[in-house]
Design a protein around this ligand. Structure first.
Ligand SMILES: C[S@@+](CC[C@H](N)C(=O)[O-])C[C@H]1O[C@@H](n2cnc3c(N)ncnc32)[C@H](O)[C@@H]1O
Length: 294
C-alpha cells in the first residue's frame, strides 16, 4: 500500500480515512455520553493526544479525506456538546505543535491546552505529575507512525491514578507491524507483543475494530473501565468478550487459520458457524449508569 509522510512528519495512507472517520464517530459518541455525566458532576473532561500531529493536515486530502487530524476533530466534537476540555497535546515535531496551536486559535476552538514537545513517554510522566486532584472524564489517544511505538508502560502507570479511572483509551494499531517487530532484534525501542499492546494498559474492558487493509490490519483498540460499554457497531468496534470481537482478535493473532467474521459495512454480521450475532446498536442511552458504576 502506498504510504506517505506529511511535511511535519505524520505518516498517512489509503487507510487514513478509515481511521479518521472512526475517530470522529467515536469522539462524537464519547462527547455525548460524557455531556450527560458532566451535567450532573461538573467534572473536567481531559483529552490527552500522545501523537497529535499538526491538526491541519492538507496532505490527507490525497486519499479523499478531510484535512483535519485527531486534535481538531476531538475539539470539534467536544465543543459541539459544549465541553471545554483540558487538553494535553504531545508530539515530537515542533512545527506540528506550532501549526496545531495556530489552527486551534483560528478555528476558535475552546479548550485549556498544553503543548508538550518531545518523546511522549517523558511528556506523559510530566502530565501525570501535573494533573489536578479532580476526578476526570476523558480520553487518551495513541496514534503513532507505522512501527509499534506505544508507551504502554507509561500509559498503564497513568491509568493507575484513581483520578484517571474514568478516562478511556483509544489506540490506532497496525497489528501486522506490531507482530513484525515483536521478535526483530533491529528494533531499537521498547518492543511490546501484540498481546501487551491490546491488554497491557490495565483497563477492564477491551474493544477491537474490524481491521482495515488486509496486509497491515490497522485497527482501533478501545479500553474502558465502564463494564456496560456497548459495541459501537457503526464503526465495527466490538467487545473482545463477545463472539465477533473474539473472532477479530483470533484473526489478528493468526490470520492464516482464522478468517475474519463476515462484518458488513453497517456493522451487521453474516451468520457463520458458531458465531452468535445478536448485536445491539449503540447509543448513549445507558450512559447515565456509567457515572454510578465507575
Ligand atoms: C500518525 S501521526 C499522528 C496523526 C494524528 N493523530 C492525526 O490524526 O493527524 C504520528 C505522530 O507521532 C509523532 N511522534 C512520533 N514519535 C513520537 C514520540 N516518541 N513522541 C511523541 N510524538 C511522536 C510524529 O511526529 C507524528 O506527528
Amino acid at each position: 500500500m502506498p504510504k506517505d509522510i506529511t511535511r511535519t512528519g505524520q505518516q498517512y495512507s489509503a487507510s487514513t480515512p478509515y481511521k479518521l472517520r472512526g475517530f470522529r464517530y467515536l469522539m462524537g459518541y464519547h462527547s455525548r455520553v460524557c455531556r450527560l455525566i458532566l451535567n450532573k458532576t461538573n467534572q473536567p473532561y481531559i483529552y490527552i493526544d500522545l501523537n497529535c500531529g499538526a491538526g491541519y493536515q492538507p496532505e490527507y486530502r490525497k486519499f479523499g479525506d478531510e484535512a483535519l487530524g485527531s486534535p481538531i476533530i476531538a475539539l470539534q466534537e467536544l465543543n459541539r456538546q459544549d465541553i471545554e476540555p483540558v487538553c494535553h497535546f504531545c508530539d515530537a515535531n515542533e512545527e506540528s505543535l506550532e501549526t496545531l496551536k495556530r489552527t486551534v486559535e483560528e478555528l476558535k476552538l475552546k479548550c485549556k491546552a498544553r503543548y508538550w514537545l518531545g518523546d511522549n513517554k517523558d511528556s506523559l510522566l510530566e502530565i501525570s505529575q501535573d494533573l489536578t486532584n479532580s476526578q476526570f472524564q476523558g480520553l487518551m489517544y495513541s496514534d503513532p507512525n507505522g512501527k509499534q511505538d506505544f508507551p504502554i508502560r507509561e500509559i498503564k502507570a497513568v491509568f493507575q491514578l484513581p483520578k484517571m479511572r474514568k478516562v478511556d483509551l483509544l489506540m490506532n494499531v497496525a497489528t501486522t507491524y506490531v507482530k513484525r517487530w515483536e521478535t526483530n532484534p533491529k528494533a531499537n525501542w521498547k518492543v511490546y507483543s501484540l498481546e501487551e499492546v491490546i491488554a497491557g494498559h490495565g483497563k477492564e474492558k477491551i474493544f477491537v475494530r474490524n481491521p482495515e487493509n488486509p496486509s497491515l490490519k490497522w485497527t482501533f483498540i478501545y479500553a474502558t473501565n465502564w463494564a456496560k460499554q456497548k459495541d459501537l457497531t457503526k464503526i465495527q468496534l466490538y467487545s473482545v468478550d463477545g463472539d465477533v470481537g473474539k473472532g477479530i482478535l483470533d484473526h489478528l493473532f493468526n490470520p492464516r487459520s482464522n478468517p475474519l467474521p463476515g462484518i458488513h459495512e453497517d456493522g451487521s454480521v453474516s451468520i457463520q458457524g458458531r458465531l452468535n450475532f445478536d448485536i445491539p446498536d449503540s447509543d448513549v442511552s445507558n450512559s447515565e449508569e456509567r457515572e454510578t458504576e465507575l
